[in-house]
Design a binder for this molecule. Structure first.
Ligand code: HEC
Length: 180
């Protein structure tokens, strides 16, 4: 009986936890938020014109749908460098500086974060799929669509494909020297 309940829970798990926007958790607290205090309601200046904003992703719902996307940012040195900065902020806790899944948070997981330096992630996987994973997350991995613009996510994709492997090799070389 209990194994049946476990099986049902496991089956439901990915569906309920996909793409937690957990990086916003700290917003939900009792402190006064901008525009919610007693004097904070300011009317728009007269003659203000509402703007529609820009639509960056049309009809895209999940990582699988993103797989067919083509990368609009060529992997220039600048793009890869920008991507590296974002990778270090958002991805290293789990995938590690090395990309192999040895981050301090990742080490605690039952399912280790996938090795981003492996052939599957470096060669086989379409770049759009990597973009989709970062945008929407997966069963355990959170989505970063709230934290980075689509262009910044493409920079991260460029770093994963055009910088991570050589950085990872350099780290391994340094570690090998340190170990007697
Ligand atoms: C909280 C830990 C965590 C963070 C942070 C994280 N990931 Fe992940 N990632 C995972 C886990 C775990 C998986 C395996 C799939 C799953 O169960 O979620 C994964 C899977 C992936 C995959 C899919 C690989 C495959 O073979 O399907 C890609 C690509 C990826 N991560 C890239 C990134 C990038 C880029 C970042 C930073 C923007 C990032 N991840 C941040 C935990 C994380």
């Amino acid at each position: 009986m209990s194994s049946k309940i476990l099986a049902v829970c496991l089956a439901l798990l990915p569906a309920v936890s996909v793409g937690w926007p957990w990086s916003r958790d700290m917003m939900n607290q009792i402190s006064v938020k901008p525009e919610h205090g007693p004097d904070s309601i300011r009317l728009f200046p007269q003659r203000s014109v509402p703007m529609a904003g820009t639509k960056v992703l049309i009809h895209l719902h999940d990582a699988d749908a993103a797989a067919k996307l083509l990368n609009p940012n060529p992997p220039t040195v600048e793009s890869v460098q920008r991507g590296k900065k974002f990778y270090q902020v958002f991805c290293t806790p789990c995938h590690g500086q090395s990309g192999t899944g040895d981050g301090l948070v990742g080490e605690k997981f039952l399912i280790r974060p996938f090795d981003l330096t492996a052939e599957n992630e470096q060669v086989t996987m379409p770049v759009g799929y990597i973009f989709g994973k970062v945008m929407y997350g997966d069963a355990i991995m959170p989505g970063y669509g709230n934290d980075m613009s689509p262009s910044e996510i493409w920079d991260v994709v460029n770093y994963v494909r055009h910088g991570l492997v050589s950085d990872s090799a350099a780290l391994a070389a340094v570690a090998a020297i340190k170990k007697p």
